[in-house]
Ligand binder design. Structure first.
Ligand SMILES: C[S@@+](CC[C@H](N)C(=O)[O-])C[C@H]1O[C@@H](n2cnc3c(N)ncnc32)[C@H](O)[C@@H]1O
Length: 323
C-alpha cells in the first residue's frame, strides 16, 4: 500500500504579519511561521492536494460528524479535571492544540488558556475553527515540524488525531516535537483511539449491527475500522477500504438508515473516505505509550462511560527530564 502523508507546510511562508491579534502567539511562535490569520489565507497547492483531503470533505459536513470522532462533555470534563489537578497554582497556561477541535477551543477552562492551534488542513481551520480572538489563534502547520519556540508551552492537547499518523515512526517524531516545545514538567493530554488488545472480527461487528447493538453510525465506523486493521497496528487500514466495506456489507446509505433509524446525513459522512488512500493506524494503549518512549511519561489514564469508551481513553503524559 502506498502511504501518502501530508508534506510539511510550515516552512517559510513569507506573508507579512499584518492584521494579527498576536496575544495568543506572543513569545511562542517561531519567527518564520506565518502570522497571517489562517482563517483569511488562500490554500496553497500542498494544502489542497494533501492526503488529508478527507479532512477537506469533513470540514464541509462537520455538523453531521459526531462523537466519538468529536469529544463529548464527559471527555472534556476529564481534560479540565486533569489541568486543575496538575496546575493547581497557575492562573494562566500556554496551550498548544493539535487540530482545531472547536469543543476545546470554546471550552470554559478553570485557567486562562492562551491557545495556539496547529492544523495542516486550511479547510478545517476556515470551516471548523471558531474565530481567532485574544486567547486563541490557529496556524496552518504540521505537527511534526511545530512552528513553536522551545519550552514555550505548559500543555499540549489533541483530541483523537493520532490514527492519521504513521505508527510508530511518526509517534516518535511527535514525541520529540512535544518534548521540545513543552516547558519542564509540561503536560500532553490526549484522547486516543486505541484498538482492543485482541481485535474483534468484522463478522462480530456485523452481527452486532444486525441485532441492533450498535448505538450510532460513528460507533459502527470505528468498530469496523479497527476490526479491518486487526491486531497489527503497523498495517493500519486504508480509508477507502473502510468505505468499500460499509458500502458492500452494511447496505447503501438509505437502506442502512431505514434499518437502524440513524440519520442519513450522519451515515453520509463516510463518503469523505471514498477513494482516499490515507491510512489510519490503531495501536493498543500499551503500544502507543511505548512509542512515546523516553520523551513522554504516561502518568494517568482515564475512561468515560459511553458506548465503546474503553477504546477512547484520555491519557496524560508528562515531559520527561530526558535531553
Ligand atoms: C484533531 S484530529 C481528530 C478530530 C478531532 N477529534 C476533532 O474534534 O477535531 C483532526 C485534525 O487533525 C489534522 N491533522 C492530522 N494530521 C495532522 C498533521 N500531521 N499535522 C497537522 N494537522 C494534522 C487534520 O487536518 C484535522 O483537522
Amino acid at each position: 500500500m502506498q502511504r501518502e502523508r501530508a508534506a510539511a507546510r510550515t516552512g517559510p511562508d513569507r506573508e507579512s504579519p499584518r492584521n494579527v491579534s498576536a496575544s495568543a502567539l506572543d513569545g511562542v511562535v517561531v519567527p518564520f511561521a506565518s502570522t497571517v490569520p489562517a482563517t483569511k489565507r488562500r490554500a496553497t497547492m500542498a494544502e489542497t492536494t494533501s492526503s488529508f483531503s478527507h479532512w477537506n470533505k469533513h470540514a464541509r459536513q462537520w455538523q453531521h460528524v459526531k462523537a466519538p470522532l468529536r469529544p463529548c462533555a464527559e471527555d472534556l470534563a476529564l481534560i479540565v479535571e486533569a489541568l486543575a489537578r496538575h496546575f493547581p497554582d497557575r492562573a494562566t497556561l500556554n496551550g498548544l492544540l493539535l487540530g482545531v477541535t472547536p469543543e476545546l477551543a470554546e471550552n470554559r477552562w478553570a485557567h486562562v488558556l492562551r491557545l495556539v492551534a496547529v492544523d495542516n488542513t486550511l479547510a478545517m481551520i476556515q470551516g471548523v475553527w471558531p474565530k481567532d480572538d485574544e486567547h486563541r489563534h490557529a496556524i496552518c502547520g504540521d505537527w511534526l515540524q511545530l512552528p513553536l519556540n522551545d519550552a514555550s508551552m505548559d500543555v499540549a492537547l489533541i483530541d483523537g488525531g493520532l490514527p492519521a499518523m504513521s505508527f510508530p515512526d511518526a509517534y516518535r517524531q511527535l514525541a520529540t516535537q512535544l518534548h521540545r516545545v513543552l516547558k519542564p514538567g509540561g503536560l500532553f493530554v490526549t484522547r486516543i483511539f486505541a484498538r482492543p488488545e485482541n481485535a474483534e472480527t468484522v463478522g462480530n461487528v456485523l452481527a452486532a449491527l444486525q441485532s441492533r447493538q450498535i448505538g450510532n453510525f460513528h460507533i459502527l465506523k470505528w468498530r469496523l475500522a479497527m476490526a479491518l486493521q486487526g491486531d497489527d497496528a503497523s498495517t493500519g487500514v486504508r480509508l477507502d477500504d473502510i468505505w468499500r466495506y460499509i458500502d458492500k456489507h452494511c447496505g447503501q446509505h438509505a437502506g442502512l438508515a431505514q434499518m437502524t433509524g440513524w440519520p442519513i446525513e450522519e451515515i453520509g459522512t463516510i463518503d469523505a473516505y471514498r477513494g482516499s488512500s490515507a491510512i489510519y493506524q490503531f495501536p493498543s494503549v500499551g503500544e502507543l505509550v511505548g512509542a512515546f518512549g523516553a520523551k513522554l511519561d504516561c502518568v494517568e489514564e482515564k475512561r468515560c462511560t459511553y458506548e465503546l469508551a474503553e477504546r477512547f481513553p484520555t491519557l496524560v503524559f508528562r515531559k520527561t527530564a530526558a535531553p
